[in-house]
Design a protein around this ligand. Structure first.
Ligand code: PGA
Length: 236
C-alpha cells in the first residue's frame, strides 16, 4: 500500500486526478469506479478542467459508481446519479450510456443487486476504483458489521451515516435509510484503488490502515489489496 500525506485538499485532488488521467491515457477504454460525497468533488473539478484543456478524452471511458440510495420518493437532486451528472458527466465528453449506477428506485432490489454485480463483470471489472471513507470506516456503503459482503447488496445505513448524510438534505426525514452498494469483495476485485481522505478522517484512516483487519472497520480490508494508494490531506 502506498500512503501519501499531503497538506491541502487541492494537492490531494491533483494527485488523484493525475492517477485517473494516467489510467485513461494508458487505456482509453478504462472502467473507472467513482465515488460520491464531498471528498472527491475537487478531483472531479480538475478532471473537468483537464477535459476543457483538451488534455483528457472520456469518449471511450466507462464508469461504475459505488452505491446509490434506495428510495422511491428521493428528490432527484439528492440521488447519486444527479451528483455524478452535475459534478462530472454533464461537463465532459463521456457517453452517458457508459455511466452506471445501481437503480435505487427498483421494486426488485435483490435482482438489481445481481444485475449490477454482473454488469461490472461484463465490463471486464474495474480498472481503477476511487473511494472516500466514512467516519465509521465504511467504504461504499459497507457499514461496520459482523461479516463482509462479497457482492453488490442491499444495506441498512447506520444511524451515524444517516446523520452525516442529513447535512445535505433540507428535511432530515428525507434522508434514505437503505442503499445498494458494491460489496467489499466487489471493491477488492478492482485492479487498482485510490482512497481519498481529508483531515477529519485522520483517526479512522490510521485505524483502517494500521490496525486489525475486521468487518467492524470495512476499510481495513484494503490492507489486503495489492495495489492501493491512500492520499490523506492534513488540512480540511
Ligand atoms: P464524504 O463521505 O466524502 O462526504 O466525507 C465519504 C463517505 O461517507 O464514504
Amino acid at each position: 500500500m502506498k500512503f501519501i500525506k499531503v497538506e491541502t485538499v487541492l494537492q490531494m485532488s491533483s494527485l488523484a486526478s493525475e492517477i485517473i488521467s494516467a489510467k485513461i491515457n494508458s487505456k482509453n477504454t478504462a472502467v473507472l469506479g467513482f465515488a460520491t460525497g464531498s471528498t472527491p468533488i475537487k478531483t472531479y473539478e480538475i478532471l473537468v478542467d483537464l477535459y476543457e484543456q483538451n488534455l483528457l478524452d472520456f469518449s471511450q471511458v466507462k464508469t461504475v459508481n459505488l452505491d446509490e440510495y434506495c428510495s422511491h420518493t428521493l428528490p432527484t437532486k439528492h440521488s447519486y446519479r444527479y451528483f455524478m451528472d452535475s459534478n462530472l458527466f454533464d461537463k465532459i465528453n463521456i457517453n452517458k450510456e457508459n455511466t452506471y449506477l445501481p437503480n435505487g428506485k427498483t421494486s426488485d432490489i435483490e435482482s438489481e443487486c445481481a444485475r449490477y454485480e454482473n454488469l461490472i463483470n461484463s465490463l471486464g471489472g474495474i480498472d481503477l476504483q476511487i473511494l472516500g471513507i466514512g467516519n465509521n470506516g465504511h467504504i461504499g456503503f459497507n457499514e461496520p458489521s459482523d461479516r463482509i459482503s462479497s457482492f453488490v447488496h442491499h444495506v441498512n445505513l447506520c444511524a451515524t451515516t444517516i446523520e452525516a448524510n442529513a447535512r445535505l438534505f433540507e428535511n432530515p426525514d428525507q434522508v434514505p435509510t437503505t442503499a445498494i452498494t458494491m460489496g467489499i469483495g466487489t471493491i477488492m476485485r478492482a485492479r487498482e484503488i485510490v482512497l481519498l481522505a481529508n483531515k477529519s478522517k485522520t483517526d479512522i484512516i490510521n485505524q483502517a490502515l494500521f490496525g486489525e483487519v475486521t468487518p467492524q472497520l470495512p476499510a481495513s480490508f484494503l490492507q489486503l489489496h495489492p495495489n492501493v494508494t491512500v492520499i490523506l490531506s492534513t488540512q480540511e
